[in-house]
Design a protein around this ligand. Structure first.
Ligand code: MF3
Ligand code: CO
Ligand code: CO
Length: 273
């Protein structure tokens, strides 16, 4: 996700519209992105390090003729982001073993034939407490409700409203500091997709727009801080945080999701496949 950026908001008029060939390319990269996340389902276990998971993702991507967009992106050195428990996003894979009861978001972006597919899911490590599972289920429902708001003539604030209304009704909070983004040949493009209502930025959706929806939802307060590594964003109150992300396109009649799991592993109960 990108940092919520005021300059970007001012570029609301310059949103790229893509044609049928771009949609074909997005289907191909989106499917491969979902298959990469599917591959990791069996691997996320207590005792396994996020570095080991990152390596598997790298090898899968390389072996399928694609490239990991995050590797060397603004100095980032890994293929995936692995965000555990109170980490909101951009957790950096390392050698520490995952522990029973952790929830971890794995976020991966692939480049295939020059087009980007970006998706993330929550994975359960062993036996996970019910309240952590509930947060993951709520966050997944936020993503689905956000996607359901997408159609020509609707606006980005309709997406934000769908997500914020549901999250807050469930007594959770929506992270403000990171947002979804347009993508295509470019990794982070306009429009900005806020996961809450912000009347100062509201773009009408039109057929041919390509973007991610990637709500980050906290059990506690919405505030985050970025650690001294320059990437890892954590909740200030150390409450649990969850995220799901799909890459979608606006069609003539509604929305197409490019990063659906062929195996259904992106739906509850997620990685129990
Ligand atoms: N995949 C993330 C997103 O959703 C971006 C991660 S950038 C990285 O946009 F450099 F941290 F990997
Ligand atoms: Co993204
Ligand atoms: Co992502």
């Amino acid at each position: 996700m990108t940092e919520t950026n005021v300059m970007e908001r001012k570029r609301a008029n310059e949103i790229p519209l893509h044609g049928p060939e771009a949609f074909e390319a997005m289907r191909r990269v989106g499917r491969l992105t979902a298959e990469c996340l599917d591959l990791l389902v069996d691997k996320v276990q207590p005792g396994v390090s996020t570095d080991a998971i990152d390596k598997l993702a790298f090898e899968f991507i390389r072996d399928h003729g694609a490239y990991p967009a995050c590797l060397h992106y603004r100095g980032y050195t890994k293929t995936t982001c692995t965000s555990i428990n109170h980490v909101v996003c951009h957790g950096i894979p390392n050698e520490k073993p995952l522990r029973d009861g952790d929830i971890v978001n794995i976020d991966v972006t692939l480049i295939l034939d020059g087009w980007h597919g970006d998706s993330s899911r929550m994975y359960y490590v062993g036996e996970v407490a019910r309240r952590a599972q509930r947060l993951c289920e709520i966050t997944y429902e936020c993503l689905l409700r956000g996607i359901a708001a997408v159609r020509p003539g609707a606006t980005t604030n309709d997406i934000g409203a769908a997500i914020q209304t549901y999250a807050e009704a469930e007594r959770c909070s929506v992270v403000r500091d990171f947002c979804g983004h347009g993508l295509g040949r470019v990794f982070h493009d306009s429009p900005t997709i806020l996961h809450y209502v912000e009347p100062a930025y509201n773009v009408e959706l039109r057929p041919g727009m390509l973007f991610t929806i990637e709500p980050m939802i906290n059990l506690g307060r919405p505030q985050v801080k970025v650690l001294s590594d320059g990437w890892t964003a954590v909740t200030r109150d150390r409450s649990l945080s969850a995220q799901f992300e799909h890459t979608v396109g606006v069609t003539e009649t509604g929305v197409e999701i490019f990063t659906l799991s062929p195996k259904g592993y992106d739906k509850p109960p997620f990685n129990l496949g």
